[in-house]
Each structure stands twice: as structure tokens, then as C-alpha cells.
Design a protein around this ligand. Structure first.
Ligand code: GDP
Length: 469
């Protein structure tokens, strides 16, 4: 907001005259180079100049109010994520009043008698979580980590922990299937503790609840823990003004066209507004709440279905409100060109700069890494070796470690946090995985000698942070 072409030139390193000619090309008129550009135009010009743009939203001068938490359920397959979501869905007052939630939105709200509410994302699993994060959508506030009381901590439990940790999202543990005779909640707690989760029972601050999705026990308790966690996080959003929202799911309806489930993070999304969604655009023709009722607007943490987009967006796409159809069309076209260019760039090489439309420059270069190795001892040795590269300029952040071959989930996580994957003494991954990694410009480093590995990483660091070594 209010950036002039001179400032934009300074930030992007482009010349003023080339930015001006882009302005003319996109049909914008600016009389003086000191006239502020609207944020939409600034974004468009930056994109045309080949620079990635991320909008940072200010909440200046408007009312900030507490909002419900947005929660994602993660955990090992068959530990009861879907069952738990179903059980929680049925506890919602709104759902009971409406005779059940008929349509599938991709998210639902549990409203409690107390008036408080919690929004649950309905796509369990870390694939969805990571896919959203990879597109820059920080929608989830809290992760419920489901662990079956009879089965205990399993590989995907650890993966889920890593995903949550990498996203800096706090965890509430739900030990499920406590109705089973073989259930052993204490054993699960010990396992989690030995994986580094600081549980409340043991003096930490991670809450643990014992539940049964089948018998519907412990659900109130879980909801209370989530509200308590939310309270500690002091979740607040600006409620007025243009919405900042994300797509959590999208589908094509034969009669109504593209439909997107959106969650507003801040501001209010209103019927009739012109929007750009990812690289699509449209005008919001209808907004429906989770029981399918038409509503005029959507407020923070409220999942809604929006109708009126011209194309199908993707999960994790941002939704921004623009002032006119022309702007929407123009930004969408600009983003499409940019995404296509990026895709081609990625295939050929990969590194692109991100311009944040605000101040703040990171001082220390972070190198997120995922470590996979043949045995636990090697995992530890490689992790320690990588951490030895830490310096005031460089922070090697090992976001996930594991024993075994490099998996799709590793690639998802790497994409979500911009990590590279180190495979030590492991098999070359199957081509579907290396192709997926290449497509997402994720580096996979396969090594059998620590010295060679460190040399490789050293080169990466020099690439990333010239002037450090
Ligand atoms: P997901 O793969 O994590 O989504 O797991 P599901 O929700 O599909 O559950 C896997 C299986 O565990 C199903 O057969 C469920 O009926 C069963 N299950 C889920 N929760 C419970 C529970 O609390 N108690 C018992 N006994 N079984 C459960």
C-alpha cells in the first residue's frame, strides 16, 4: 500500500524506466513517479518484472478481536483421525440444530454451549497440511496429534510431529481408542516423551487427552484443551476491512461452477466482492456457511463455500479482494504468466527471489534439512555433523529425521518448509519420488561419506548466503 515506483525500483533492483514501461503495458497510468501505487498494481508490476511477491497484511487502525482456533488432525493411518473428526462434528450445536451437516465443506465449526467455537479442517493427514503450507497458507493454528492407545507411536506419528514442528504449530495429543482392552495410554505418553514431546503430565506444556472416537468419550475434554491452547496463543484477528483468506478445498459443481471452501484469516469476505484466488479470479456471487445457508459475509475462522470464480483454484491458494473486475482480471492474468514462468524456471534451474511487500530482512540464513539414513546411529551422526555447520550467519535446521528410504512424505515436508533432503546410506529413491522432488525444486543429496556430504552442503550454503563460508 502506498509504495511508489521509486520505492518499488529500489526494492526490486529494477530500473525506474523499465518498471514504468511495465506499468504502461499493464494499462496503468501513473502521473508522477512519486505517486503511490495501489498494492495490486505494485504486485502486478513486480511480478511482470519476474519477482515473486508475497503480501503481508497490516491490521492498522481496525478492531482486533479474539477468533476461534483452526485445527488440523494428524497422525498415523488407522489411528482414528477420520473417526475423531466425525465424532467431533456431531458434537456441534449448529450441526444438531440443522439436523446434521449435509454438505462436505472441507472444514466444520464446533460451537459449544459456552459460545466458544473451534474450526476443524476436515482433511486429515499431513499431505494436505504440507500442501497448504507449501503454497504459503498458514491456516492451521493447532495440530491434534492422534495416537492409538493400543498401537502407540508409529512412523507417521513422528512425521506428523515433524510437520507440526516445522510449521511452528503447537500440538495437543489425543490418545485414541482408549476403549480398547489393549489400550495403554501411559506407554504412549512415555513413547511421545522419548521422542521429545514435553507433555503436561511430565512438567511440559503439551496437553494430552485420552479419548475414544468410537464411544465418543473424552471429546469435551479435547475441545476444552483446544480452547485453552487457543487462549494461551491469544489468537486474534482484525475483523473489519478486506479479507485475507485461504482456499482449503475446491471442486467443480455442474450447475454452480467452481466452488471453493475458504477460511478467512482476517477481515471480512463479502458477497459481491471482486477477488483473485491463486491465479484465478471472479466475483463472489454467493457465500454459504457449513450447513449450506446463504450468508452475506464470512468472518475470521469461519469456513464458507464461495461461488462465482471463473476457474478452479487449489488448496492453499490465497484469496485477496480487489477493487474492480478489471483489477481482478489483470492480476489473475499476471499471476498466471508469473506461475508459468516460474514453472519453466524451476524445470531449468530453480532459484527465485521473493520480494516481500514490507520491510524486515532476515539476518541469518536458514537451511532446513530432512535427514534419512539406514540406521538410527547414522541418523544421529549425520544430524550432528550437519548441526556442526551452524554459525552466526547460517542456521542448519533439521526439521525431520528418520530411518529408511526417502518417501513421498519427506518430499511433501521438504516442499512445505523449503528443505533439502539428505539420504545417507539409503537406496536411490524410485523415479516417482525423484521426479516429484525435481518438480518441486527440492534438492536430494545422496551420500555415503560424511565428508562428501558436508562439502556438498557447504556449497549450498555459499549459494544461499554469498559472503559466508
Ligand atoms: P484414520 O486412518 O486415522 O482416519 O482412522 P479411521 O478413523 O479410519 O479409523 C481406523 C479404524 O479404527 C476404524 O476401523 C475405526 O472404526 C477404528 N477406530 C477409530 N477410533 C476408534 C476408537 O476410539 N475405538 C476403537 N475401538 N476403534 C476405533
Amino acid at each position: 500500500e502506498g509504495m511508489t515506483i521509486v520505492e518499488l525500483a529500489k526494492r526490486t533492483g529494477e530500473s525506474i524506466s523499465s518498471l514504468q514501461s511495465i506499468l504502461v503495458n499493464v494499462g496503468e497510468k501513473v502521473d508522477s513517479e512519486f505517486d503511490p501505487l495501489s498494492i495490486d498494481v505494485a504486485e502486478l508490476v513486480a511480478m511482470e518484472a519476474g519477482i515473486n511477491v508475497r503480501r503481508l497484511h497490516s491490521s492498522e487502525g481496525s478492531e482486533i478481536l479474539p477468533r476461534p482456533p483452526v485445527v488440523t488432525v494428524m497422525g498415523h493411518v488407522d489411528h482414528g483421525k477420520t473417526s475423531l473428526l466425525d465424532a467431533l462434528r456431531q458434537t456441534s450445536v449448529a450441526a444438531r440444530e440443522a439436523g446434521g451437516i449435509t454438505q462436505h465443506l472441507g472444514a466444520f465449526v464446533v460451537s459449544m454451549q459456552s459460545g466458544a467455537s473451534i474450526t476443524f479442517l476436515d482433511t486429515p493427514g499431513h499431505a494436505a497440511f504440507s500442501a497448504m503450507r507449501a503454497r504459503g497458507a498458514a491456516v492451521t493454528d493447532i495440530v491434534v496429534l492422534v495416537v492409538a492407545a493400543d498401537d502407540g507411536v508409529m512412523p507417521q506419528t513422528l512425521e506428523a510431529m515433524s510437520h507440526a514442528k516445522a510449521a511452528k504449530v503447537p500440538i495437543v495429543v489425543a490418545i485414541n481408542k482408549c476403549d480398547k482392552p489393549a489400550a495403554n495410554a501411559e506407554r504412549v505418553k512415555l513413547q511421545l516423551a522419548s521422542e521429545g514431546l514435553l507433555l503436561e503430565d511430565m512438567g511440559g506444556d503439551i496437553q494430552v487427552v485420552e479419548v475414544s472416537a468410537l464411544k465418543k468419550t473424552g471429546l469435551d475434554n479435547l475441545e476444552e484443551c483446544l480452547l485453552l491452547q487457543a487462549e494461551m496463543m491469544d489468537l486474534k484477528s482484525r475483523i473489519d476491512g478486506p479479507a485475507q483468506a485461504y482456499v482449503v478445498e475446491a471442486r467443480l459443481d455442474r450447475g454452480r461452477g467452481p466452488l471453493a471452501t475458504a477460511i478467512v484469516k482476517a477481515g471480512t469476505l463479502e458477497c459481491g466482492q471482486h477477488v483473485v484466488v491463486g491465479s484465478e479470479w471472479g466475483r463472489i456471487r454467493a457465500i454459504r456457511d457449513m450447513v449450506g445457508k446463504l450468508t452475506e459475509h464470512a468472518r475470521p475462522a469461519m469456513p464458507v463455500e464461495i461461488e462465482g470464480l471463473k476457474g478452479l483454484p487449489m488448496a492453499g491458494d490465497d484469496i485477496i479482494v480487489v477493487e474492480s473486475e478489471d483489477r481482478a482480471r489483470m492480476l489473475s492474468a499476471g499471476r498466471k504468466r508469473k506461475f508459468e514462468k516460474d514453472r519453466l524456471n524451476k524445470i531449468s534451474e530453480g532459484r527465485t527471489e521473493v520480494l516481500e511487500l514490507s520491510e524486515e530482512v532476515p539476518e541469518r540464513v536458514e537451511m532446513p534439512m530432512i535427514v534419512k539414513a539406514d540406521v538410527q546411529g547414522t541418523v544421529q551422526a549425520v544430524t550432528d555433523a550437519l548441526k556442526s555447520l551452524n554459525s552466526p550467519q547460517v542456521f542448519v535446521n533439521v526439521v525431520h529425521v528418520g530411518v529408511g528410504p526417502i518417501s513421498q512424505s519427506d518430499v511433501d515436508l521438504a516442499q512445505a518448509c523449503g528443505a533439502c533432503i539428505v539420504g545417507f546410506n539409503v537406496k536411490t529413491p524410485p523415479s516417482c519420488i525423484s521426479v516429484a522432488a525435481t518438480r518441486a525444486s527440492i534438492k536430494i543429496l545422496l551420500h555415503r561419506v560424511i565428508y562428501h556430504l558436508l562439502e556438498d552442503i557447504g556449497n549450498l550454503i555459499v549459494d544461499k548466503a554469498p559472503g559466508t563460508s
